[in-house]
Design a binder for this molecule. Structure first.
Ligand SMILES: [Zn+2]
Length: 433
């Protein structure tokens, strides 16, 4: 059995780049590596593929109490592309130097996969079992649509997840260094209890085509950019959801900072270094990202198209769409490019408490708070089966390490000490949950 950093490195060395739109290096070798490690721990697994090489690994570890709902532990095996020219090391070398494991997937999320497999290996060696059954799903295609991974499994093999009481996966449980009101250092550990939804929009403006030299009061390009300008500059109202309210109150209390829910912008300023954890999730957002129109400078085209990255807090999509419609103006239609509803798990739950206890078992001074993810993960797919999702992939990180720049970034790497910490936290949580 490898140590966790070696296993993480081996997983990184398997290129599982997901280029999107069904283009992929494939997850099969990574899935086979995981299956081999599971088998060495005495755990049978199966590999399911919707298409050749797009592999998902499913396994079940039986617990000591069959009356408890199983816990779903899911992580993705694919990674986003890496432009080697921009990196200071080969993104697929899995190099272990200076206390870090380097490479694409080091924090998103081959680290978590390695930590979970390491815990299961330890249990086998020490003849230990969890309290409840654990369903393990290491999936393909999270970095695109999940059509070969979580979405497909949920649609075609929902029985695999029957009765699961909750799921844990990426984006939470890591240490985040802030200072309190008196300047003392505090380690926050945000656990994901909600995700904003995705309501990506395509706007199509239709007008009258004509010669670029002539007056035209029905120019599709002009209509579109005016509408985009209104949407881009619209100040979306503050909408506090249970997770965000709990984050503000609990973080404020831990840091000795005054929290005023009627003045969220002022509160964010006072939160200082903790603000980036919440500032994207106090309101919805609409950010234009794609523009397409025209083919020749002296021709006014009859249509112009834009796409808007639109993110919605739980329970706010209808309100957002009504506002967008009022901002669009005549001659512009909208449709969804991609639409996944926001999700929200109970903040105050035995699951959350068990995660917080597990973190504090390794860092007694930890301040564990719920937070809402600004984007999304596969938890949304499993939420359709009624399984609440928690972002819990614990790591301890050195101060100054820009963890949030790692995922999808250049020089992605994970500290070895962080992996060891996370493995101990996961062992505690998975054993006792
Ligand atoms: Zn990820």
């Amino acid at each position: 059995m490898d140590d966790v950093e070696t296993l993480c490195s081996r997983l990184i060395r398997v290129d599982t780049t997901n280029y999107g739109g069904g283009e992929s290096a494939g997850e099969r070798e990574a899935a086979e590596l995981a299956a081999t490690v599971l088998s060495a721990a005495g755990i049978e697994s199966k590999i399911l593929e919707r298409a050749s090489r797009r592999s998902n690994v499913i396994a079940r570890v039986s617990g000591t109490d069959a009356t408890l709902p199983p816990l779903l532990v899911q992580g993705h095996l694919d990674v986003v592309p890496a432009d080697a020219d921009q990196w200071s090391r080969d993104p697929f070398s899995g190099e272990i130097t200076d206390g870090y494991v380097w490479g694409r997937g080091a924090t998103d999320m081959k680290d978590f996969v390695a930590m979970v497999l390491t815990v299961l290996g330890t249990w086998a060696r020490e003849d230990r079992r969890p309290r409840r059954d654990i369903v393990l799903a290491l999936v393909a295609d999270e970095e695109d649509t999940g059509a070969y991974g979580a979405e497909w499994l949920v649609n075609e093999h929902p029985g695999l997840f029957d009765g699961c009481g909750a799921t844990i996966s990426e984006s939470g449980g890591y240490s985040y260094h802030v200072t309190n009101a008196t300047g003392r250092p505090v380690r926050l550990y945000p656990i994901g209890t909600a995700e904003r939804g995705t309501s990506h929009l395509r706007l199509t403006a239709t007008g009258r085509a004509g010669h670029g030299s002539r007056r035209n009061d029905d120019n599709a390009v002009v209509k579109l950019i005016s509408a985009l300008d209104r949407i881009a500059h619209y100040q979306w109202p503050i909408r506090l959801t249970p997770t965000v309210t709990a984050f503000l109150q609990r973080t404020g209390a831990a840091l000795g900072i005054d929290v005023d829910l009627n003045d969220v912008d002022g509160t964010l300023q006072r939160l200082g270094k903790a603000a980036p954890l919440v500032e994207n999730t106090v309101r919805n957002s609409t950010r234009p990202t794609v523009l397409r129109a025209g083919y020749k400078v002296n021709v006014i085209p009859s249509t112009a198209v834009a796409e808007v990255d639109t993110r919605t807090l739980p329970g706010t999509e209808q309100e957002l769409l009504a506002t967008i419609d009022s901002l669009l103006g005549p001659g512009i239609t909208r449709e969804f490019v991609h639409r996944l509803p926001a999700i929200q798990a109970p903040v105050d739950s035995p699951w959350f408490d068990a995660m917080a206890t597990a973190i504090r078992s390794q860092d007694p001074d930890a301040v564990v708070v719920p937070y809402c993810m600004g984007g999304g993960t596969d938890a949304k797919a499993f939420a359709r089966l009624g399984i609440p999702g928690y972002g819990f992939a614990p790591l301890s990180l050195p101060e100054g390490f820009d963890y949030r720049a790692m995922a999808h970034g250049v020089d992605e790497r994970v500290p070895i000490s962080g992996l060891h910490f996370g493995t101990r936290v996961l062992d505690h949580f998975l054993s006792h949950a």
